[in-house]
Design a protein around this ligand. Sequence first.
Ligand code: HEM
Length: 123
Amino acid sequence: MASALLIHQISVILSIIGFFVRGIGHIFDKGWVTKKPAKILPHIIDTALLVSAIILLVIGPWSISEGWVQAKILGLVLYIFLGLMAFRFAKNRLQKAIYWLLALIVIFYLVAVAKTHLAIPFA
Ligand code: HEM
C-alpha cells in the first residue's frame, strides 16, 4: 500500500516534469523531442502511474464509487486527450502551447483532487 502510493507519487512527479519539458521542446520544434528516449520514457512513466493507481484502488480503502476517484479517472482521460492534441494534432505553435497549458492545468487539478479527496477542490 505504502509502496504503491510512493510509486504513484513518484510517477506523478516524473509525468509532470516530463510533460512540461517535452511540451517546451515540442512548441519550439527541438529535435530531441522526436528521439527515442523522449518517445518511450513517457509511456513507461504513465504506465507506472496508471498501474499504481489501479493497485491503490484494489488494495486501499478507496472506491470507484467516490466522486473524487471518478473525477481523477475523467481528469486522466482529459489529460491524455489534451496531450494527444498538443503532441499529435496541433497545427501550429499557438495550438501546441494552448493544449499543453490546458493539460498542465488538468494535471495540477488532479493533484489537488488527490490531496483533498474532493472532485471540486477549490470550492
Ligand atoms: C494524471 C493522473 C493522476 C495524478 C496527477 C494523480 C495524483 C496523485 C497524487 C499527487 C497522489 C498523492 C496524494 C497525497 O500525497 O496525499 C495520488 C494519490 C492517489 N491516487 Fe492519483 N493521480 C492520478 C491518477 C489517478 C487515477 C486514474 C486514480 C484512480 C482511478 C488514482 C487514484 C489515487 C488514489 C486512490 C490515491 C491515494 C489517495 C490517498 O493517499 O489518500 N490516481 N494521486
